[in-house]
Write a protein that binds this ligand. Structure first.
Ligand SMILES: Cc1ncc(C[n+]2csc(CCOP(=O)(O)OP(=O)(O)O)c2C)c(N)n1
Ligand SMILES: CC(=O)[C@@H](O)[C@H](O)COP(=O)(O)O
Ligand SMILES: [Mg+2]
Length: 630
């Protein structure tokens, strides 16, 4: 086994092509066996094996800087950089991260998890290198899906302008999580599938070269038009118009070709884009045939049972299912409802909606900012857009939420999935901040359901509200509650008391409502009688409830699966302070002021003290009940 001897990139430096091919097969087997037990990002890593080997054989990491985009495809890089033995702990609490992390290895140049950052980060490294007069190489590795993100083009624009010496490796597998979409994707397809493009490009290049050699006046005039000719006639020129030398497209599984072009790219000064064509899921039939289904896998798929093992990606989480079903019902009732997703058709559940209403469903690519402003534009015309977005990716569209949606008070519903701790993806993906960053925006209503039935009613309420609304809901399953036969409009800013009690009020939001109920039962055994309120709304708050609690001097604990700083608890305390109601005892429980790492979601909640036991202990330590206010 070659793989057993590989611990650092220098171990592959002198391997022959045959040995590299053997190593590629061993790495694929290693990935398949390990991910079967841990889960993780599957298809992208199987597709990037030869590419990663070629990068590490050609360049000298960590002196040369290899910067991964998203980072979900960097497992092979981790294997080659001394972390093979840690794979049994992949994405587990305190284990190996699923993404590059500077704290994990000197070979990881940039912490990542969100898409389209690599070229900007590489530019940062390259410009700093130039200031310092150093001569290392900087390489950004970006997928075709991530290339649809605006940030990538902002960085290409900058690099082309400065003529910075850097390499962008475009790993084109025609896939985002779902099949890639958009004009850029179509353009890459043209480059890939039409062989005349590359031969034509060579012909044109030599033709123009000959003009240059003749050197008479006519050719000089023609030469002036050379660039226009090129861009007009040769499709590969899009990147050259950005100031890049374009190389490719090449087969990303053919090691001799990869190594040859990688070397050529290394020897070319200035910005270079190497277009590498790979197959997502390469080497594992099920993943290669249906790459969208095996973008990531859950632990537990069994390799031994058959040649085409069962794919046991976790049963679709129920919230996305509920979301899709509700959207289909709402759209059937109301022709103005449209759905928008930035590249998350499968994860959001909208893939089902797309089947039902293809003309009212937009996958805009990895373009959260565009998605939000696109929704705003639609809302100006009377449409009722629902923007489905994970909490963590909504961070990308913050100015658009303020500038394009809220200032114009437009009826855009933001369905915020994966709000709260998402688990194995870790810091970059936890949905911790949406409450804090949305509730300070005027005109926004912010709500969170306690269960899937309330979720449906919230969506119904939101799309008919006529102003911006955010509905946040957690990753995973609902509670299995009964579903109302008809949608109910929820009164805006009204909470729901679900358990009465005199000693303390637990004001709970969304996923924390069931936790609060269980804590109240436990507190009863300790002789403490807790009221539990399902707050439903972070904004507007139920002020009547808060005034009543002030009148009775009831102690308050707020609990939410979001950042404590700036969260619902802060809102409650601000309410009392701004209304000059003093002397209340309030404790805000939420996510602490730190980035929560990867692990099993419940393990993480226990780790940060956001569970039944912590809530019970907290209430027990509070001061005795105050006297009634006059
Ligand atoms: C800003 C942002 N939006 C959405 C995602 C979710 N996401 C992760 S990987 C991915 C697809 C990336 O496609 P590509 O770059 O082509 O890599 P591939 O999976 O095909 O290897 C998406 C949409 C993300 N990580 N970051
Ligand atoms: C890397 C990335 O951003 C996605 O692949 C993400 O891991 C998907 O998360 P879900 O599994 O919650 O859809
Ligand atoms: Mg791709």
């Amino acid at each position: 086994m070659l793989l057993e001897q590989i611990n650092t990139p220098s171990d592959i430096k002198n391997l022959s092509v045959d040995q590299l091919n053997q190593l590629a097969e061993e790495i694929r087997q290693f990935l398949i066996e390990n991910l079967a037990t841990t889960g993780g990002h599957f298809g992208s890593n199987l597709g990037a094996v030869e590419l990663t080997l070629a990068l590490h054989q050609t360049f000298d990491s960590p002196r040369d800087k290899i910067i991964w985009d998203v980072g979900h495809q960097a497992y092979v890089h981790k294997i080659l950089t001394g972390r093979k033995h840690l794979f049994p702990t992949l994405r587990k609490f305190k284990g190996l991260s699923g993404f590059p992390k500077r704290s994990e290895s000197e070979h990881d140049m940039f912490d990542v998890g969100h898409a389209s950052t690599s070229i900007s980060a590489a530019m940062g490294y390259a410009c700093a290198r130039d200031i310092d007069g150093e001569d290392n190489k900087v390489i950004a590795v970006i997928g075709d899906g991530s290339m649809t993100g605006g940030m990538a083009f902002e960085a290409l624009n900058h690099a082309g302008h400065l003529g910075t010496d850097m390499l962008v490796v475009l790993n084109d597998n025609e896939m985002s999580i779902a099949p890639n979409v958009g004009a850029i994707s179509n353009y890459l397809t043209k480059l890939r599938v039409d062989p005349t493009y590359s031969t034509f490009k060579k012909d044109i290049a030599s033709f123009l070269h000959k003009f240059g050699e003749l050197g008479d006046k006519t050719t000089k005039v023609l030469d002036r038009f050379k660039d226009s000719f090129k861009s007009f006639l040769v499709p590969g020129m899009l990147f050259e118009e950005f100031g890049f030398t374009y190389l490719g497209p090449i087969n990303g599984h053919d090691l001799p070709t990869l190594l040859k072009y990688m070397q050529r790219a290394k020897n070319t000064k200035g910005p270079v884009l190497l277009h590498v064509v790979t197959q997502k899921g390469k080497g594992y039939a099920v993943a290669a045939d249906a790459p969208d289904k095996m973008h990531s896998v859950s632990k537990g798929f069994n390799l031994a049972k058959s040649d085409a093992p069962k794919v046991v990606k976790a049963a679709p989480p129920q919230y996305p299912n509920m979301f899709a079903d509700t959207m289909i019902e709402l759209a059937a009732q109301d022709p103005d409802i449209v759905a928008i997703t930035p590249a998350m058709l499968p994860g959001s559940g909208l893939i089902k909606f797309q089947e039902a209403f293809p003309e009212r469903c937009y996958d805009v690519g990895i373009a959260e900012q565009h998605a939000a402003t696109f929704a705003a534009g639609m809302a100006c015309t009377g449409k009722k857009p629902v923007l489905a977005i994970y909490s963590t990716f909504l961070q990308r569209a913050y100015d658009q939420a303020i500038h394009d949606i809220a200032i114009q008070n437009l009826p855009v519903t933001i369905a915020i999935d994966r709000a709260g701790l998402v688990g194995n993806d870790g810091e970059t993906h936890q949905g911790a901040f949406d409450i804090a960053f949305l509730r300070c925006i005027p005109n926004f209503t912010v709500m969170a359901p306690k269960d899937e039935n309330e979720f449906r009613n919230m969506l119904y309420t939101a799309v008919n509200h006529g102003a911006p609304v955010a509905v946040r809901y957690p990753r995973g399953a609902g509670l299995g509650v009964a579903i109302d036969s008809e949608f109910q409009t929820l009164p805006i800013g009204k909470s729901e008391v679900i358990r009465d009690g005199q000693d303390v009020a637990i004001l709970a939001l969304g996923s924390m409502v069931p936790v609060a109920m269980r804590a109240a039962e436990a507190l009863k055994e300790n002789g403490i009688d807790a009221k539990v309120v399902n707050m439903r709304f972070v904004k507007p708050l139920d002020e009547e409830l808060l005034l009543d609690l002030a009148k009775t001097g009831t102690r308050i604990v707020t609990v939410e699966e979001g950042s404590t700083l700036g969260g619902m608890g802060s809102a409650v305390m601000e309410f009392y302070a701004l209304n000059r109601i003093y002397g209340m005892e309030i404790y805000p429980l939420g996510l602490p002021d730190l980035f929560v790492e990867h692990g099993d979601p419940q393990q993480l909640l226990d780790h940060v003290g956001l569970n039944v036991d912590s809530l019970v202990e907290l209430v027990k330590t509070m001061a005795p009940r105050k006297q009634k206010r006059a």
